[in-house]
Design a protein around this ligand. Sequence first.
Ligand code: UD1
Length: 428
Amino acid sequence: MRKIYIKGKATLKGEVQISGSKNAALPILAATILLKGECTFTNVPHLLDIITIIRMLRALGIKAEYIGKGRVKVSVNNVKHMAPYELVTKMRASFFVIGPILVRNGLAKIPLPGGCAIGSRPVNLHLKGLEALGAKVKMEHGFVIVQADKLRGGKVYLDFPSVGATETVMMAATLASGTTVIENAAKEPEIIDLANFLIAAGAKIKGAGTEIIEIEGVGTLHAVDYPIIPDRIEAGTFMVAAAATSGDVFLKGVAVEHLEAVIQKLKEAGSEVQVEPSGIRVKGRKPIKPLDIKTLPFPGFPTDMQAQFAALLACAEGTSVISETVFENRFMYVHELNRMGANIRLEGQSAILHGVPELSGAPVMATDLRAGAALAIAALMAEGETEIIDTENHIARGYENLIEKFKGLGVSLKDQINGSDAEKLGPF
Ligand code: UD1
C-alpha cells in the first residue's frame, strides 16, 4: 500500500519543470497503430498510465518502449485485433485503440471498460461515431466487436463534445475513404496535439481546436517523430499549490494558452500570476477570496482542476460554489477534505464550500487521481502531518516525479510503499 506523508504549513518556493501531457500522449501512442514504421516521441511523462498504453501496444504485437528522458520508441508492423481485458480495466484510455485497430484489421475486439470511480463513463459516443463511418458494432461476452472492411467518411454529430469520442473518430477517419465531418467536436488542446501528430504522419485534418473538424481520408500514414505538449493539468496543480501556500513558484515548460481559465480563477482568488516569456510565476496571497466555478469543456474551466481548487477554497474568506457539469461523482474527495477540517456540503452536482481559517493534518484516502492532488494541496496548507493513503497508486498515474518536484520546492514529505521508501523501489 502506498502512503504519502506530507508536513503541513509549507510555503512552496522555487522553480518547477512541467512534464509532457499524459492525456495528449495516450491517444497519440494509440494512433501509432494506424501507421507502419518507427516513431520516437519526446516529452512523454514517465507515468503508470503511459506504461499501461505501452503494455497495450506490446500486447497487440507492436514494439514499444520507454527509452528514458521522456522518450518512447514505437515500431509498428502487424497488429493483432484483440485487446487484453486486464489492460482495459486498468485504464479506461486503453479503449482508444479501438478505432486504429479497426482501421488496420477490419475488426477490433475490445473489452468494455467497466464502471469507473468518477462516474459511469460510457463509450456510446465512440461507437456511434464508428457506426457513422460504416462500422458494424455488437457486444458479446463483455467485448465490443467492431467490424468494417473499409470505413467511409461521413457526418458525425457528437451529443456531447467528448474528448475521447472526438479522438476515436478522428483517428478512424484518417484512413477512411472520403471526407468525415465531426460536429460538436471537443476543442481541448489534446485534440489539437493528436491532430498535429496525425497531420505530421500524412493525415489531412482541418479545424482541430474548433467544434467542426474535417478529415479527408488518405491512403496511408507514415512514421514520424513527435514532441508531446506540456501537461496543463500538472501545471494547474502546481499553480494552485503555490497559491494555497502563499508560495512563489515559477513554472517552466508550460503552454500559457492552455491555462487561461485557471489563470483567471487564480487571479480572482487573489493570487498574483505573471506570464513571462519562459513560463508562469504564481505568488499566493492571503486572504484567499471565494470563487464560483463551473466545470465545462475547453475553453471552459477543466473538470480535472476542480478538486485542487476545492482544496484552495476550503480556506477562503467566505463561501464558494463549485458546480460539476462534465462528470457525475467527481466530489468523492469532499468527505476527505472535511476530515481535515474543511466545511464543504454537497448539493447535487455542486459543492458549497464555507471557508475555514485552517485545516488540520489527518489520515485521508485518495479516491482518484485529481482527488489525490487535492489532498496533497490541502496537506501542504494544514497544521501538522497528513497521511495520504493511495492504495491504487492514483497519484503516480498522473504526476511525474511529484515527490521530487515537491521536495525541490521545499516541501518535507515521505513516499512509502508497504513501509519502504518508494524512491528505492522505482516508479512502478
Ligand atoms: C478525458 C480526459 C479526462 C478529462 C475528460 C474531460 C483523457 C485520457 N482523459 O476523458 O482526464 O477529465 O477528458 O475533460 O484524455 N461520455 C458519454 N459517452 C461517451 C464518452 C463520454 O456519455 O461515449 C460522457 C462522459 O461520461 C462524461 C463526458 O461525456 O460525462 C465527458 O467525457 P469525455 O470528454 O469523453 O472524457 P474522457 O475522454 O473519458
